[in-house]
Design a protein. Structure first.
Ligand code: URA
Length: 232
C-alpha cells in the first residue's frame, strides 16, 4: 500500500493532509524516514509518525482495565470517559462491546468491528460474563438456588437466565451471567434484598482481564483471543 494511503486510513487524514505530514519528515517506515507518498509500505512494516507507531488500517480489538469513575461513552458532561484512557487515532470509530457502570471496574472490550462486538452483546449468543461482587449484607444460603432458577427483576417480563454463583466469603461472591440487561448484577442482588457495594468484571466469554494490566491500562487482543469470540 502507498504510504499516503496508509496514513489516510490510519489517521483518518485527507490525501492532502497525509502528503503534508509525510513532507514534514516526521514519518518513518521500519526506522527510515520516507518523504514520498508513493513509497510502498510492505505487509508487516512498522510506520511511525513523530516517533509513535501508527495503527495499521484494519479492525482494532482492545482490552481495557476500566477504573472506577470512568463512563463507557464517547462524551459525558460530568465524568471522565473510558476513551480518555486510550492513546489511539480515529477514536470515533471505536465502540464498547458491552458497557460497565461508572462505578464498576474491570474488563471492557473496545473495537471498531461491529460484527465481532455483536457476537458478544447480542442476547442470542448468551455470552458469559463473570463478575466479582462485594455485598453490603451477608450472602444467604438461598442465593445459589435463586440465581440458578432465575430472578424476576423489576420492569422485566421474564426472569433472568440461570446464573452460577460461587461464594467466596460472607460478603464476596463470583457471579457468571449469560445476558447483559441494564444494571443486571445490581438489580439481581437488589431483588434478593441485598446491595452491591463494589463490582468488578473479570471475564467476558473466554477473555479474562489480563493480570498484568493496572487500572486504566489497555492492550491489544491476540489473534487467538479475537478468534475465541467467533469460535464460541
Ligand atoms: N451489572 C451491573 O449492575 N453493572 C455493571 O456495570 C455490569 C453489570
Amino acid at each position: 500500500m502507498r504510504l499516503d494511503k496508509f496514513l489516510c486510513d490510519a489517521l483518518g487524514a485527507t490525501r492532502k493532509e497525509a502528503t503534508k505530514i509525510i513532507k514534514s519528515g516526521d514519518v518513518t517506515v521500519d526506522g527510515v524516514m520516507q518523504k514520498s507518498g508513493a513509497f510502498k509500505v510492505a505487509e508487516g512494516s512498522e510506520v511511525e509518525w513523530q516517533g509513535r507507531e501508527i495503527n495499521k488500517p484494519g479492525p482494532r480489538y482492545i482490552m481495557l482495565f476500566k477504573p472506577d469513575g470512568f463512563v463507557c461513552s464517547h462524551e459525558d458532561g460530568f465524568n471522565q470517559t473510558a476513551f480518555m484512557l486510550l492513546d489511539e487515532v480515529k477514536m470515533e470509530t471505536l465502540h464498547f462491546a458491552g458497557r460497565l457502570d461508572v462505578d464498576t471496574t474491570g474488563l471492557v472490550l473496545i473495537t471498531d468491528d461491529g460484527q465481532w462486538s455483536h457476537r458478544i452483546t447480542s442476547p442470542k449468543h448468551k455470552c458469559d460474563k463473570t463478575y466479582r461482587v462485594w455485598l453490603a449484607d451477608p450472602v444467604q444460603a438461598s442465593y445459589q438456588q435463586a440465581f440458578a432458577d432465575g430472578i424476576q427483576l423489576k420492569n422485566e417480563k421474564a426472569p433472568t437466565l440461570p446464573a452460577q454463583l460461587e461464594v467466596i466469603d460472607d460478603h464476596e461472591v463470583v457471579l457468571t451471567i449469560h445476558e447483559g440487561k441494564y444494571h443486571q448484577v445490581k438489580r439481581m442482588f437488589a431483588a434478593l434484598g441485598n446491595k452491591v457495594e463494589a463490582l468488578h468484571r473479570e471475564r467476558i466469554g473466554e477473555l479474562e482481564l489480563d493480570e498484568m494490566l493496572e487500572p486504566g491500562e489497555y492492550r491489544y487482543l491476540t489473534q487467538e483471543e479475537i478468534d475465541s469470540v467467533w469460535n464460541k
